[in-house]
Design a protein around this ligand. Structure first.
Ligand SMILES: *Cc1c(COP(=O)(O)O)cnc(C)c1O
Length: 376
């Protein structure tokens, strides 16, 4: 068996190790929030957001944000059918209903026309997920939000380094969320961030994040409401602080890895990769290849071919409406054609920081072999 080529692997240097060690040795008592504050501040500077709250996960950040905007049972939230489950779960935690709509063929992000068509009197929010680093059609989505008075929320878990007309992903909607799970471009092992430019929402989420204890409450151990416990630890934040100090380099490397694939596959016209439209920047969290419909490829064939070479490529997200836990299958299959169809013929390619050109060449060879098998 050839040595394994991993799909993601964090880049942790002496910098992160030294901060984490310092946090473990000294970050207690009065200093117990020191790295959390440093991490939040540096993250604000990087994204341009006014307010940031470090959390234990992106799921938790979404849960608190949705709770703060008042999502309640039987409300509806519109999101793309192509999504990680973590974008939909927090909606259900609050008893509300996820409404899955189709994606665009080029960005694999939510289709604004489908969003507008899905709006009902019960729609309380629209979640725009910048999938694999690709940027959503923010101008159209924000205009729809404005027209109907519905907040746009950005799940930017996969979009650190992605920008739309110079604005960082996550900073344009009512609030934005990020994930620092071990597979993401910036990692703390597990972790996330809530960002917003809305001071009132920030204060609400800050209180919620602290078990409902307002920072203006002078009484000790006095929750004013039932909140959550989705905090990040100081030690994780120390790693995050090191990572955000290196973020330009981490994103630059993601872009280099993507470019290498792109250049080598440029002349193969039976496949498409992540798009970077005019006036946007793609953080390229996951270089992804979508094979053309006409070649009749299957997810299983792609998976097997990569497995044979011991390459840990990952399948494109299944449409959430395909999952038995959401009983929307029959209807969505016909309606969300792109989400259902693209997932069958796409693959995420390995893209970790230290991947070598030789390893990337092995990945590219598998793609060419797959096409060859199909007579292309
Ligand atoms: C990774 C991811 C999440 C979840 O992040 P956690 O930190 O694991 O909660 C949410 N949404 C998207 C789109 C993701 O890729």
């Amino acid at each position: 068996m050839k040595p394994k080529i991993h799909y993601t692997k964090p880049s942790i240097t002496d910098l992160e190790v030294s901060y984490a060690t310092d946090a473990a040795r000294n970050g207690w008592g009065e200093k117990c929030y020191e790295y959390i504050e440093k991490f939040e501040n540096k993250f604000k500077t990087f994204t341009g957001a006014k307010y940031a709250i470090a959390t234990s996960s992106c799921t938790g950040a979404l849960h608190m944000g949705l709770s703060a905007i008042g999502l309640k049972p039987d409300d509806e939230v519109i999101l793309a059918d192509t999504n990680w489950i973590a974008t939909a779960s927090p909606i259900t935690y609050l008893g509300a209903k996820p409404i899955f709509v189709d994606i665009l063929e080029d960005t694999w992000c939510i289709d604004p026309d489908k969003v507008e068509a899905a709006i009902t009197p019960n729609t309380k929010a629209i979640i725009a997920t910048h999938i694999y680093g690709n940027v959503c059609e923010m101008d159209i989505l924000l205009a729809i939000g404005e027209k109907y008075g519905i907040p746009i929320i950005e799940d930017a878990a996969e979009a650190i380094g992605s920008k739309w007309y110079g604005k960082h992903a996550g900073t344009m909607g009512k609030f934005g969320t990020f994930s620092f799970h071990g597979t993401k471009t910036l990692t703390t092992g597990e972790g996330g961030m809530f960002i917003t430019n809305d001071v009132k929402l920030y204060e609400q989420v800050l209180t919620l994040s602290n078990h409902g204890r307002s920072r203006n409450q002078t009484k000790q151990f006095w929750p004013d409401e039932i909140g959550f416990k989705y905090k990040m630890s100081n030690i994780q934040a120390a790693i995050g602080f090191g990572q955000v100090e290196r973020i330009d380099d981490l994103v630059k490397r993601k872009r280099e890895v993507f470019e290498y694939y792109k250049i080598k596959l440029l002349n193969v016209d039976s496949l498409k990769m992540n798009i970077e439209k005019a006036n946007t920047i793609n953080g390229y969290w996951m270089p992804t290849v979508v094979f053309d419909k006409t070649i009749g490829i299957t997810r299983e064939l792609i998976k097997d071919m990569f497995l044979q070479e011991n390459i840990d490529a990952r399948v494109f997200f299944y449409p959430l409406s395909y999952l038995p836990i959401f009983k929307t299958k029959t209807k969505s299959k016909d309606e969300n054609k792109n989400s259902w169809n693209i997932a069958n013929r796409a693959i995420n390619l390995p893209s970790f920081h230290e991947i070598t050109e030789l390893q990337q060449d092995s990945v590219i060879n598998v793609i060419l072999k797959i096409l060859n098998k199909k007579g292309i």
